[in-house]
Ligand binder design. Structure first.
Ligand SMILES: C[S@@+](CC[C@H](N)C(=O)[O-])C[C@H]1O[C@@H](n2cnc3c(N)ncnc32)[C@H](O)[C@@H]1O
Length: 215
């Protein structure tokens, strides 16, 4: 598959790693149930670049938890584009955890992989108080806020990669996000100068602890 020209700009020195990741996903992603067969042809634009461009919203040297990493999205492209970040991938399914560990080793990335659910007490204790939590295609915004905001330090941000539903989800779930200790969600586009279809991200800051009524 041809590598889009813009990939060099997005990944810089991480381009070889990104190409290798694309190769691994192309070779094993479908057979291992990580990615649909129709996604292979649009792996770069729709998945790898789409994930990496959220880097523009992540502060330098931040600690990051990627919740529900699955095939490694957005955590692996983010790690390749931004070697300054300290990234942990959280995923409950054993065979996906195995895949993520293999990818991290193959690409020689300094990324940690943890098996578990974001809302588990042990996971919160182990990973809590990070600067940024990312999540892509994991859950509706209200549930995501309940899972992800407790992992953040006060002032930390959740970046939820959403498609066309972003604004509707914000309108529907803003009150639940507030109960979970989040700010008013904002919707932002990442990669506008780079991608034909920029990545839509819902951004929520953790402003305080979860209220007792939040689920
Ligand atoms: C649809 S997949 C998306 C995977 C990847 N983020 C992507 O964009 O391709 C959702 C992933 O979230 C994981 N997941 C579901 N509930 C979770 C939870 N409570 N905590 C962490 N991960 C969860 C699933 O196991 C699955 O790998």
């Amino acid at each position: 598959m041809d590598v889009p020209e813009v990939a060099a700009q997005v990944f810089g020195d991480g381009l070889d790693g990104a190409e290798r990741y694309a190769e691994l996903l192309t070779r094993h992603g479908v057979e291992r149930g990580l990615i649909g067969p129709r996604e292979i042809d649009r792996l770069w634009e729709r998945h790898i670049l789409n994930s990496a461009v959220i880097a523009e919203r992540v502060p330098r040297d931040a600690t990051v938890v990627d919740v529900g990493s699955g095939a490694g999205l957005p955590g692996i492209p983010l790690a390749l584009a931004r070697p300054d970040l300290e990234i942990t991938l959280v995923e409950p399914m054993a065979r996906r955890v195995e895949w993520l560990e293999e990818v991290v080793e193959d690409l020689s990335l300094g990324v940690s992989v943890v098996r578990g659910r974001a809302e588990e007490r042990t996971i919160r204790k182990k990973l809590g108080a990070v600067d940024v939590v990312t999540a892509r295609a994991v859950a509706p915004l209200a549930r995501l806020a309940g899972w992800c905001l407790p992992l953040l330090r006060e002032g930390g941000i959740m970046l939820a990669l959403k498609g066309a539903s972003a604004r509707d989800e914000v309108a529907r779930d803003a009150a639940a996000v507030a109960r979970a200790g989040g700010s008013t969600p904002t919707v932002s586009e990442c990669g506008t100068a780079l991608l034909e279809t920029p990545t839509t991200v819902v951004i929520v800051e953790r402003v305080r602890a979860q209220s007792k009524r939040a689920g």
